[in-house]
Ligand binder design. Structure first.
Ligand code: PMP
Length: 351
């Protein structure tokens, strides 16, 4: 589909990807200047003295199977952070192009855009309407400089899901002009389905998924971009070879085993039950002004005195996220849902 590459940076369209050493795992590797012996303490399956597969096809195939798409529609990277950066670097010309974000939202969209020299246009979520996004305002803001529209659902830090139908309609409307990027980092903690399946017949939509949250692999750094094969092919030229490390590849394979997936589902269910319990308890706590409903693994909570709440949590040995610098959140903290014991400790520190 031509427009998906036509709207990208011309240098990236024209770029010839780096030619890495060939990958033939059955043969002895005297072509990549590696050491023939393992480092001390290396307990990995493949050996860390060897480069990993430059573009990990088996990992891609396994993730694609898991997310229910074709492998040509998936790009694995070092967390969704890297995929956000890749999208912006591939689609936005410095000093000319722009992205749209809907604050308050995840900070990396704006940071990655500014690093690239792209403009950041803001179409705020509607606080008075449960932080709903405003498709009409967004459409009005979408001038020809806009290449990417970032929508985070469930949104960090407000916790709510955005209207899926409205997202799908927007992606359809912006076809030929801009990509709609739906960041679903927290979707496993929400009740409804992911938008991943919608990518198949909506070339203008890209969905970001991550292993960092519900799968418990934040330290491994692995995320997946799911989009049209032309978008994936374009970004594959820009991503570093060996972006996903051997240790990460092995950890992700383990996390996709049936028993690990069963455990992840059980843990997400426990977390959701704890979220309900903690929200109710905080709602009755002195000094709490509002607990926003959440579809994610955290709660956005507004306090009469957020500084004092932050301090009390810290004194109890707990870190929570200070959101007071975010637009419209001058009294808010973002609190991740922990284990039941950790949550009890949080609740008693704020009592
Ligand atoms: N998207 C959102 C909405 C997030 O909150 C985060 C992490 N806080 C990320 C992406 C980054 O996730 P990853 O670990 O996959 O880079």
């Amino acid at each position: 589909m031509n427009w998906l590459t036509d709207i990208a940076r011309p240098e990236i369209r024209a770029l010839k990807a780096y030619e890495h050493a060939v990958w033939e795992p059955g043969l002895i590797r005297l072509h990549a200047n590696e050491l023939p012996w393992r480092a001390q303490g290396d307990t990995s399956i493949a050996g860390l003295n060897r480069y990993p597969e430059p573009h990990p096809h088996e990992l891609t195939a396994a993730l694609a199977r898991f997310y229910g798409v074709s492998p040509t529609m998936l790009l694995a990277g070092r967390g969704s952070d890297e995929l956000i950066d890749l999208l912006i670097r591939s689609y936005c010309r410095a000093g000319q192009d722009a992205v749209i974000i809907c604050p308050p939202t995840f900070g990396m969209y704006g940071v990655a855009a500014r690093i690239q020299g792209a403009s950041v246009l803001e179409v705020p979520l509607q606080r008075g309407d449960g932080y709903r996004f405003d498709p009409q305002a967004l459409r009005a803001r979408c001038d020809p400089s806009v290449k990417l529209v970032f929508l985070c659902s469930p949104n960090n830090p407000t916790g709510n899901r955005l209207d899926s139908q409205a997202i799908l309609e927007l992606a359809r409307e912006l076809e030929g002009r801009a990509l709609v990027v739906v960041d679903e980092a927290y979707v496993e903690f929400a009740d409804g389905p992911s938008l991943t399946a919608g990518v198949v017949d909506r070339p203008g939509m890209v969905v970001l998924r991550t292993l960092s949250k519900a799968h418990g692999l934040a330290g491994a750094r692995c995320g997946a971009l799911i989009g049209h094969a032309d978008v994936v092919a374009l970004l594959s030229k820009v991503i570093q070879p060996y972006a996903v490390t051997q240790l990460t590849i092995e950890a992700v394979f383990q996390s996709l085993e049936p028993a690990a997936l069963e455990q992840a589902r059980g843990r997400a269910a426990t977390l959701k039950a704890e979220r309900t319990r903690v929200a109710a308890a905080l709602g009755h706590s002195h000094g709490v002004l509002k607990v926003w409903p959440s579809d994610a693994n955290f709660l956005l909570v507004e306090f009469q005195d957020a500084a004092a709440a932050l301090q009390r949590a810290h004194a109890a040995g707990l870190l929570v996220r200070d959101m007071r610098a975010a637009p419209g959140l001058s009294r808010a903290l973002r609190i991740s849902i922990g284990s039941p014991e950790q949550n009890d400790r949080l609740l008693s520190s704020l009592r």
